[in-house]
Design a binder for this molecule. Structure first.
Ligand SMILES: *[C@@H]1O[C@H](CO)[C@@H](O)[C@H](O)[C@H]1NC(C)=O
Ligand SMILES: *[C@@H]1O[C@H](CO)[C@@H](O)[C@H](O)[C@H]1NC(C)=O
Ligand SMILES: *[C@@H]1O[C@H](CO)[C@@H](O)[C@H](O)[C@H]1NC(C)=O
Ligand SMILES: *[C@@H]1O[C@H](CO)[C@@H](O)[C@H](O)[C@H]1NC(C)=O
Length: 383
């Protein structure tokens, strides 16, 4: 039943998209560039963007090194024949100065993303930056104040989005719709058993090992984003224990936390970076029922959403992954609409807002701080 509903909605959505597409096609499509040429660009950005290639024009791909820029451009040329290859400081400057580029995707190491995003924004271009929004909350505060002053000087609204695909996953969106039905929330569980071992392409990623929190923050923001979306309110405070067990990973590699929500409910967040038993699960127990969403495989990867009702009945449905495509589409739509409406009436997609990304990082930072203080209660910084 759930599935049928979601299909109906999909059809409706498709109609809406067709309408939007017409609007976009009537004017010039936005020109974009990608800064970054790593695993995620080659394995996700390029293929996902190719699915929606009618909505924009890919002008260039840039990387620090010529070698990696060339490798990514080679992959991209199959779908985007005219894409230019840019590298080094000069290549970056070319893109920043290029008045024909409306928006830039920043897909770099967390240590460089904010600085480069701000440079691009200053040049009057919209930015879609990969998660995590920044490596810590002090960097987030500086970033947001710089963004405010750049925006104040800009002739029209500048969009700074954070790409958090979990906010666009249909399985998690379905849960958001169903959550009201379980009644008053009593308990929340988030159980993550990652598989970040040497077979994982990101395992040897250098930058993920060189900032506080490492994989916990880089991977963890997804699960916190899912949690915040599911419960529909903010995490207020946390208490956590952390440890370093798998010495092939940067510390800490596991975290066990209790968190307290704005709505009065508490829950647990357990995350192991590398385990033998991959698991991603959110579960909310309410007075009138329980809602669970778990990563699974039914011919393709996705989320299994299960609702257990007060009458003892349960119903499940499976939602394949699609968040990356949806988030990219939402950003490109934002850029197009912003150009069409020029300012005042334009409201960007809230799920892409930089502040949302900042809130995810703040929760994990509080957990890490609590862990370093043997479980002391820590308030989550508000953004
Ligand atoms: C929860 O169950 C009670 C008793 O069956 C009912 O009165 C109430 O409306 C239900 N609440 C929701 C949100 O379904
Ligand atoms: C982390 O995992 C190890 C191995 O399972 C365990 O010994 C340790 O207690 C865990 N730490 C926390 C804080 O859960
Ligand atoms: C890494 O984890 C995956 C999933 O659990 C497993 O299939 C694979 O064998 C593991 N690789 C190593 C080197 O442990
Ligand atoms: C869900 O319902 C089916 C029957 O409709 C039952 O066989 C199954 O055990 C239930 N699952 C759980 C976890 O309660």
């Amino acid at each position: 039943m759930l599935r049928r509903n979601s299909e109906k909605k999909k059809k409706k959505k498709k109609k809406k998209q067709k309408k939007k597409k017409k609007q976009v096609m009537a004017t010039k499509v936005p020109q974009i560039a990608i800064l970054g040429a790593g695993i995620f660009v080659k394995s996700q950005y390029i293929p996902r963007l190719s699915e929606i290639s009618h909505l924009f024009h890919l002008k260039a791909i840039w990387s620090r090194s010529q070698e990696s820029a060339t490798a990514a451009v080679e992959v991209a040329r199959k779908h985007f024949p005219g894409v230019e290859c840019k590298w080094g400081d000069c290549g970056l400057e070319d893109i920043i100065q290029d008045g024909s580029i409306d928006a830039v995707a920043v897909v770099l190491a967390v240590q460089n993303q904010v600085d480069i995003s701000l440079r691009v924004l200053k040049a009057g271009k919209h930015v879609l930056q990969e998660k995590p929004a920044a490596s810590c909350t002090s960097e987030l505060e500086t970033a947001l104040s710089s963004y405010r002053s750049i925006s104040a000087d800009a002739p029209s609204q500048l969009i700074w989005s954070v790409a958090e695909n979990y906010r666009f996953e249909s399985g998690l969106l379905e849960c958001k719709k169903l959550i009201g039905g379980i009644g008053k929330m009593m308990s929340v569980q988030v159980i993550i058993e990652g598989s970040m071992n040497s077979s994982n392409p990101y395992f040897s990623s250098n930058w993920r090992r060189k900032f506080t929190g490492g994989f916990i923050v880089d991977m963890g923001v997804h699960y916190i984003a899912g949690l915040r979306m599911l419960v529909g309110c903010e995490v207020v405070s946390v208490s956590a224990m952390t440890s370093h067990v798998d010495l092939t990973l940067p510390p800490p590699d596991n975290i066990s936390s209790v968190f307290h929500l704005e709505n009065g409910c508490s829950g647990v967040f357990v995350m192991v970076v590398s385990s033998r038993t991959p698991k991603t699960l959110w579960r909310v127990v309410g007075l009138n029922g329980t809602l669970q969403v778990e990563r699974g495989f039914q011919g393709e990867h996705g989320y299994l959403v299960s609702l257990y009702g007060a009458d003892g009945q349960n119903q499940s449905s499976f939602f394949p992954f699609g968040g990356v495509t949806e988030e990219l589409k939402a950003f490109i739509n934002d850029v197009s609409e912003n150009t069409l409406k020029k300012g005042s009436q334009f409201v960007p997609e809230p799920r892409l807002s930089f502040v949302e990304g900042a809130r995810d990082v703040a929760v994990l930072e509080a957990m890490l701080e609590s862990g370093a203080k043997q479980g002391e209660l820590v308030q989550v910084k508000k953004f």
